[in-house]
Design a protein around this ligand. Sequence first.
Ligand SMILES: Nc1ncnc2c1ncn2[C@@H]1O[C@H](COP(=O)(O)OP(=O)(O)OP(=O)(O)O)[C@@H](O)[C@H]1O
Length: 725
Amino acid sequence: MEHISEKRFPCNANDYRLYEEVGEGVSATVYRALCIPLNEIVAIKALDLEKCNNDFDGIRREVQTMILIDHPNVLRAHCSFTADHSLWVVMPYMAGGSCLHIMKSAFPEGFEEPVIATLLRETLKALVYLHAHGHIHRDVKAGNILIDSNGAVKLADFGVSACMFDTGDRQRSRNTFVGTPCWMAPEVMHQLHGYDFKADIWSFGITALELAHGHAPFSRYPPMKVLLMTLQNAPPGLDYERDRRFSKSFRELVAACLVKDPKKRPTSEKLLKHHFFKQARSYDYLAHAILDDLPPLGERFRILKAQEADLLVQNNALYGDQEHLSQQEYIRGISAWNFNLDDIKSQAALIQDYDLPTAEDLNGSRKLRDEYDDVGITAEGLSPERANDSNAAPSQEDGFNDLHDLENSLASFPIKPLQALKGCFDIGEDDEGATSPNWKGTSVLDIEQQFLTKTSLDQTTGKNEGENSGRSSSLPHHVVPEHKKFLSGSLIPDNAFSPKKVIGEGDRDSLQPKIPERNYSGPMLYRQRRDTNSLPSAEDTSGAVIQRKGRFKVTSAELSPKGPMNNLFSPVSGGPVSPRTPNFTAASLLPSLQCVLQQNTMQREEIIRLIKYVEETSGKACCLAVIHILLLNLSFHRFVDFVFLCLIYIGKLAESAEASNNDLLQITPASTRERELHSQMILFQQRIGSLVEELQRQKLKNAQNNTSVQKICPGDAVTSRADSQ
Ligand SMILES: Nc1ncnc2c1ncn2[C@@H]1O[C@H](COP(=O)(O)OP(=O)(O)OP(=O)(O)O)[C@@H](O)[C@H]1O
């Protein structure tokens, strides 16, 4: 590949002497150099072929364009040739460097309007020429506007330029995704209907703002966000209040260029006739206005590069791997065109809603006005209040997040920006399905969230991004990864209650689920209710609390058999006392035993009184009948008392018998029944005698057993022996 201009620049690397580096791009380094045979200072752009991803067609197109074009405002290549792994493009040396570098070095807040008008007029002349010859530059920006030492202005860099004659059918629109995000026209971003030379007019309008402010709108944001803001926000522009130093004609020129509908943008030729350019001046004026007192280009570039290195170090310390963000590339003068969608998508994963400090920020010279512009508010798009309030930082509601205003603000835009996003970023069907089919509704939030709300940091410093980040953090409700359903059906995490919490009886009771009341029939109903729901206090119960089982209490009353005759009386309250009361001590039993004896004595006296009464009135047989009745009605545990009474009575009978000697036998029963009862009484007497004898035998037997047990136990024997010794 070898091309020679009319001047016959040599195509051999040995004929050139490289001096200092004066510029750096994505894939190229630009050197000031000396063409030795011609003794002429040139610029050599060394394109690293390995970094060009084998895009030889692109390189060929750029070089062809640079050689074939012939216009005083378009940078032309002298020749090109390969050297080692690089392609060298020899071109005129523009000693003033790019407008971007000039601003970075001496005009961080932008140029004065006559300078801007002059620069833009010359640039526009280049565009008129290129468009007339079927070229779309596609990368118009301050970094590609070069200035010669005499103030001449040339549009450079055709790395992404497109020739509309490439296919031979005068194709006037393209369908490739190239350019630099901040300067990229919306129709270039969405890729749905292609674009034409009007895309350069949009970039021209962005460049006008760049020259006015020192930076392009959205330049501090990563590419993905720039794309979204460009598509969703109202077009950027000059603000009435903040940009008072600029003329109305300048605002109108910018507004004319930055219309989202490319059809409504003027052509470059028409734009060149805009009255704004009446204030444009000569090359000499330009040279004096912006190049005087500037150090040589190489030195400026070295200083800028050192600043960039410092910034990278600081940003790396602050934000880690975020050094690829566009602001840094912007400072470096790298346009980052030729980026591809994969790169953007990977950057989207790194998007943070904070601002990286710029060189100006670090120097404390950043103006709020710049931030104002960065959110993309046109002067025309501002409310009167906002336009007059110079201190009011714009919020994202100015179009970025307000979905309803969004479509309205883009009324002139031919394609819905959200669909454009869909086309741009290969949102798959699944992604689409995951969002609402209504683009005006949730889907924009989904996309926004997908690309922008990966923000986990809110490190804004009171700038408009603070609002944005806050808004971004408000994720749509259906994208709440932390809120997962519990399969158990409970929305409360299983560990909502501390598993290590010691649950006391009361706590456990309170945590117990309420047991539905069972419908017990019969007498159990009342008792069950008392047990489960209306358990009275110990003071309310008819008996003392014997045992607790959870929230259930067993009382003596519930353990005692029913019926007044079955109850013993409490010596204190007179209430029933359970005979099965466990763990009673002897001291506690003593009052009860005394009570029992007293009670028995009273009953015994009562029985004796009754027997005497019967005896006096109905004879001994009737008395025995009373005893029999008493026997049948007494419970078993009163049997001892009864036997005791019977013994007393029988003893009296015996005394009576002994006293009367055969009187009993001689008693003549009054009736047959009386005789039967008499015989039964004798039988009872005999049985009682037998029982007494049996009882005595058992006592004796037990005494003997105890004696034998003591003899068998060896421990006791040993112990007793030891004790005795
Ligand atoms: N002829 C020239 N004379 C002086 N400086 C130049 C010249 N050409 C380029 N430069 C400087 O070198 C920088 C990078 O050049 P260029 O833009 O062509 O490289 P690139 O790889 O295409 O970068 P980018 O991606 O920014 O377009 C320019 O911004 C400019 O400052």
